[in-house]
Design a protein around this ligand. Structure first.
Ligand code: CO
Length: 500
């Protein structure tokens, strides 16, 4: 290994150690930190992010990258080393491109705009948020111009979350998906029959829920020697290979939120815990993209965790924890209750079918705004029209409409599409896994998860950021990303449940 490469990787590892510290501070902030700690924490995080930015954009890093990208030097690097250089060069470019004055202005505006969004949401008054929304959109346009893009300005945002992905590709996938999903949802609504769900929301003591959820996390493969499960208002996963923190959320009435938050975050955690030791601290031991990360959580949550086989194993165990609540209720009834599909206003409460329409709506608004085809002030109206078109529902106020998510107030544009991309990747990966593992359902029904986990390890986790998302999908499944896999899965599963 060349001396230059070793020095480069040492710098990369230092940066990633700082990032791991940053993540741990954020985890603490959302779990155990006392309220007043927020003042110190904001300063600590800002100091850290400056430090990370300075190291990443340093002259030293620039020189390493210049040297390591020379064709003669590249020839001598392994494909894993090349991937590390490519990925850090990409990070370097994105960090370096934006002038520090603009970075500071965005960060200042973000926190003001977040505060106004909270107020606006509480009072359901979009006008309070609008001036800050306009400002953040404008600043983000400047940022995108600074970063650069090939086709559309929106590509610059998308590339930050889903490296290499272009809006034109998303556009292609999503326009077909929308029509197909609207059709499926209207079929379900026409049938008009919803499964009984009262027995899954009749009260479940939280201490018992906790015990069950921890057991569940352990059973699917979460390694407690290298991680923890705690609670947070908005569940998330943070961490590194040897210390992965997941959070879940307990509802005293309803058993479902905690179960599926635990499985979802567990899926994220299995990815983090699944990188190879030898690549620790480098891009080769990091997730490919937000969408691929989400494909892991969604696969566990929906494709596995909302499947019949999964509850064949877990339902009798759940019943032992809550014998009264589930008395005279079969595993089929439970399966229906966790697969209740119905149009609703709020994204975070949506089921696995309608969820994607919530995402498409946000994507369409974002991309129109950044093509100057839509003004921020007109977003509530467009939002409400789309909800009517997709779900035949009326939005009673902006809190339950355009103001429901925090993302835009903090300038996270290009992030929403990764949720649906995650579902599409998951469907395509899962289709392939089932084909290669004919005994998969049988094993899951017996509570044996190592078959699927090892498949994910071999095909996805061990590869780190070796390939970009599109290439990974092609390598694993033999085909480029296609929404057919997702639509077939939805049609087959919910056609059976709802009889269409
Ligand atoms: Co997730």
């Amino acid at each position: 290994m060349s001396k230059k490469y070793i020095e480069f990787i040492n710098l990369v590892k230092t940066i990633n150690e700082l990032r791991a510290i940053e993540m741990l501070l954020e985890w603490d902030q959302q779990t155990y930190m006392p309220a007043q700690g927020v003042k110190d924490r904001a300063l600590q995080l800002s100091t850290l992010s400056t430090l990370i930015h300075d190291k990443l954009t340093s002259k030293k890093m620039g020189n390493f990258l210049e040297e390591l990208q020379k064709p003669k030097v590249q020839e001598k690097l392994s494909k894993q080393q090349k991937a590390n250089v490519r990925e850090i060069a990409w990070e370097y470019h994105r960090a370096k491109a934006v002038p520090s004055k603009l970075v500071k202005e965005i960060s200042k505006t973000k926190s003001e705009s977040f505060n106004k969004w909270c107020k606006a949401k509480n009072k359901s008054d979009f006008k309070i948020f609008l001036p800050f929304f306009e400002k953040i959109v404008d600043l983000k346009k400047q940022e995108a111009e600074a970063i650069g893009y090939e086709e559309k300005l929106y590509d610059a945002f998308l590339d930050g979350f889903e490296p290499g992905f272009k809006s034109s590709e998303v556009e292609n996938l999503f326009s077909g998906l929308e029509k197909k999903l609207v059709k499926i949802v209207s079929k379900i609504v026409e049938k008009g029959e919803r499964p009984p769900t009262s027995f899954v929301k009749c009260g479940f003591p939280i201490d018992l829920q906790k015990k069950f959820n921890l057991e569940l996390a352990r059973k699917i493969g979460f390694d407690f020697e290298r991680g923890r499960v705690d609670e947070a208002m908005h569940p998330f996963t943070a961490g590194t290979l040897h210390d992965t923190r997941i959070t879940t959320r307990y509802d005293e009435k309803d058993i479902r939120p905690a179960l599926f938050a635990t499985i979802h975050e567990g899926g994220h955690a299995l990815y983090e815990q699944g990188f190879l030791e030898e690549h620790y601290g480098t891009p080769m031991a990091q997730p490919v993209s937000f969408g691929i990360h989400e494909s892991q959580s969604r696969m566990w949550e929906n494709f596995i965790g909302r499947g019949m086989a999964f509850w064949q194993y877990f339902y009798p165990r759940l019943k032992k924890f809550f014998p009264k609540q589930f008395k005279d209720r079969s595993s089929e009834e439970f399966y229906f209750a966790i697969n209740d599909v119905w149009p609703s206003l709020i994204r975070v409460q949506a089921d696995e079918v309608t969820y994607n329409l919530h995402i498409l709506l946000r994507y369409e608004i974002e991309s129109a705004m950044f093509e100057d085809a839509l003004e921020p002030r007109d977003t509530p109206q467009v939002w409400n029209e789309k909800i009517e078109k997709f779900f035949n529902l009326e939005v009673p106020n902006d809190s339950q409409g355009v103001l429901q998510d925090v993302h835009w107030s903090e300038g996270y544009f290009g992030y929403f599409p990764t949720y649906t991309l995650g579902n599409l990747y998951a469907a395509q990966f899962f289709f392939k896994a089932k084909k290669e593992l004919p005994k998969l359902d049988e094993k899951i029904g017996k509570g044996e998860f190592s078959l699927i986990l090892n498949w994910l390890r071999e095909n996805i986790h061990y590869k780190g950021r070796l390939l970009r998302a599109n290439d990974l999908v092609k390598e694993v499944t033999g085909k480029p990303l296609d929404d057919d896999f997702f639509i077939s899965y939805i049609k087959e599963k919910f056609g059976k449940i709802y009889g269409f």
